[in-house]
Design a protein around this ligand. Structure first.
Ligand code: ADP
Ligand code: MG
Length: 464
């Protein structure tokens, strides 16, 4: 890290506009893109030069640049903008061309040496070789989507379009990419996200180059478009998509589409498009069950072992724990696992479950939904009361305090309003809840016992 900031400094000695701390930007990339994308791509970007309204980033290869531009550019720009408001453009310099160049060259970098973001559509049609059928693991939640995807590859335009939908991080892009890889040898494959499609569409309008745009997309024999929900509410884009779609179908090109919901649930999308999208085969990917999650973890561990050429010290207990706790999606599951692997490598030890809980506290607790019911149960258990006693109208302190603590936690740990909380506590008035929150806030500041109890109850709520 230190090295990097030094390098940036050197490059910038003659610059006026340095406001960006690249190390911080990188950290924010890791947070917002996730460790995987970050370590495979974004980590390798360096900041070469900073101007008032644009920056020049260094990337190792042309492929690298194209990949980053096609998938992450908008988000990168948005992210760097939070560090430098005046920014509105990013340019790239490929360092393989400039390996021999010294810092002198970097200082006198002029626009002819900089590879500007190419608008060439070709740049965006990249498939990721790491997302293929071989490493897509079958489970009951994705079985049909996987089988349909493979079927398409055997027999083009049998189901047209193939429409795959499901929540985030469940493997849609992976499957689409796998289809592309499989078919690219014998077909003219176009793989693009709806967002990128939009980007080109707008660029082409601005450059008065719609003819090229239309030609380009319509000549593909396999057209794969990711995250089609993006066209919602964008009339012009829908219009263009509709025409592209029709002309592709007409010449028997295979179309594969992914979305976060079924076609008919795409609100603010023209009816004729929804009906077009529904005209082939619609399959969904569901959230993974325990079995699939476990398989994915085991496969990833194997991969890590062969990558690092050393055994990963992750026990079956820990595997089970991660599989069970990770509830949302496969992307998160992989992120969590990477963290555990990294931790065990750094500390050279076999982790137990409580280590894992510690490492992953922020991830798992975030996903946990704390309800008023849960708070009431946990608090009454903690004080050895029945729920009925705690909610009763009796005012003796051994009942009133726990009741107030429960109200206080309901206010702090849920999004319920004061009147709603009151209602859940045997129809009490919201002023009673306010009083409880004030009392417990005051007590927990000065009373050690109270502070300890509250922390313990919070811990129980988050740990259970
Ligand atoms: P989506 O496009 O649905 O948001 P992705 O295809 O990007 O999800 O998948 C998220 C991550 O999970 C990727 O790293 C992908 O490789 C991985 N993944 C998803 N499903 C599987 C699977 N069945 N087997 C292996 N990896 C998977
Ligand atoms: Mg995706």
């Amino acid at each position: 890290m230190e090295k990097k900031s030094l390098k940036i400094k050197e490059v910038f000695t003659t610059e006026e506009e340095k406001t960006i701390n690249w190390v911080e930007v990188q950290a924010s990339f890791e947070r917002s893109f996730g460790t995987e994308v970050y370590s495979s791509w974004l980590k390798n970007i360096s900041l070469l030069k900073e101007f008032n309204d644009y920056i020049v980033l260094g990337v190792p290869t042309r492929f690298f640049r194209d990949w980053i531009v096609s998938r992450y550019l908008d988000k990168i720009l948005e992210q760097v903008k939070t560090f430098k408001l005046s920014l509105n453009r990013i340019e790239f310099k490929i360092s393989e061309d400039s390996k021999a160049n010294s810092n002198e060259d970097l200082k006198s970098l002029d626009s002819t040496k900089i590879t500007e973001i190419k608008d060439s559509i070709l740049n965006y049609n990249r498939l990721n070789p790491n997302l293929n059928f071989d490493n897509f693991i079958k489970g009951s939640s994705n079985e049909i989507a996987l089988a349909s995807s493979k079927k398409i590859c055997e027999q083009i335009s049998r189901y047209n379009p193939l429409y795959i939908y499901g929540g985030v991080g469940l493997g849609k892009t992976h499957l689409l990419n796998a289809i592309g890889i499989e078919l690219q040898e014998k077909n003219n494959v176009m793989f693009i996200s709806a967002e990128r499609f939009m980007y080109h569409f707008i660029k082409s309008i601005k450059k008065n180059d719609m003819v090229n745009f239309k030609d380009f997309f319509r000549k593909s024999s396999v057209f794969i478009i990711d995250d089609i929900q993006f066209i919602r509410g964008k009339e012009g884009l829908q219009e263009e998509f509709f025409h592209t779609f029709n002309s592709l179908i007409e010449k028997n090109s295979q179309i594969i589409i992914s979305a976060d919901r079924p076609p008919m649930k795409l609100d603010r999308v023209q009816e004729r498009i929804k009906s077009r999208l529904s005209g082939g085969l619609i399959v969904d990917i569901d959230t993974p069950d325990l079995d699939l999650k476990t398989k994915i973890i085991k496969k990833r561990l194997q991969d890590a072992e062969s990558q690092f050429k050393e055994k990963c010290n992750i026990s079956d207990d820990v595997i089970n724990f991660i599989a069970q706790e990770s509830r949302t999606n496969i992307r998160e599951l992989i992120g969590v696992l990477n963290r555990v692997i990294a931790f065990s490598r750094i500390h050279q030890k076999e982790l137990n479950i409580s280590d894992c809980k510690n490492i992953l506290k922020d991830v798992f607790n975030q996903a946990k939904i704390i309800t008023v019911d849960k708070i009431q149960n946990t608090v009454s258990n903690f004080f050895n009361l029945s729920l009925g006693e705690m909610l009763s109208q009796r005012r003796s302190r051994p009942l009133a305090r726990p009741r107030q603590i429960a109200m206080y936690l309901a206010k702090k740990m849920t999004t319920r309003s004061l009147p709603e909380i009151g209602r859940r506590f045997a129809n009490r008035d919201h002023t009673t809840v306010i009083h409880a929150v004030k009392t417990i806030t005051r007590l927990s500041e000065k009373d050690e016992e109270m502070k300890k109890n509250i922390n313990q109850i919070k811990y129980l709520l988050l740990e259970e």
